[in-house]
Design a protein around this ligand. Structure first.
Ligand code: ADP
Ligand code: MG
Length: 149
């Protein structure tokens, strides 16, 4: 596991998200942590755009799981926001594992998974506010060779 940290502005968020999105593969899980308004959805949107999604992806805060599939995007990706999840039973109903056979998961508020995360997740934490955000990535072995930043 290697830790990478970088500062970025809103203007750079698109490029950063796109770089990560471009190397995404089926079976991948990206955890996006940080306070409300940290910039999690902004990065997820840039990843989805890099995979071909036209228009701005909605925040999945209310849908909880927003799945995308070809042809609107070039591989299946489910954009997930677990903010409203209150207990582990609700998580089971979401069936998130099923997306991993041929797709990837982008998960905001992964803290709600409790101990039930997945090994090999790419953990992205956003901190800071205003125009100065910091992205801290814990890059697991499965991502080491393709980490783009
Ligand atoms: N690097 C950044 N610098 C400045 N503002 C940013 C940055 N990234 C995101 N923002 C802004 O922060 C606000 C919240 O972003 P959002 O992605 O919805 O946060 P979250 O999903 O973490 O709640 C948006 O107005 C967005 O434009
Ligand atoms: Mg969000």
């Amino acid at each position: 596991m290697t830790i990478h940290s970088l500062d970025y502005t809103l203007g750079e968020a698109e490029r950063i998200g796109a770089a990560i999105g471009a190397v995404l593969r089926p079976g991948d899980i990206i955890a996006l942590s940080g306070d409300l308004g940290a910039g999690k959805t902004t990065l997820a949107r840039a990843m989805l755009k890099a995979r071909g999604l036209a228009g701005e992806a909605p925040s999945p805060t209310f849908a909880i799981v927003q799945p995308y599939a070809p042809p609107e995007i070039d591989m299946p990706i489910a954009h997930v926001d677990l903010y409203r999840i209150e207990d582990v039973g609700e998580l089971i109903e979401l069936g998130l594992d099923d997306y991993l056979y041929d797709g990837a998961l982008l998960i905001e508020w992964p803290e709600r998974l409790g101990d039930g995360g997945w090994p090999g997740m790419l953990d992205l934490v956003i901190s800071g506010s205003g125009d100065a955000r910091v992205l801290t990535a814990s890059v697991p072995p499965a991502w080491e060779a393709r980490w783009p930043l």
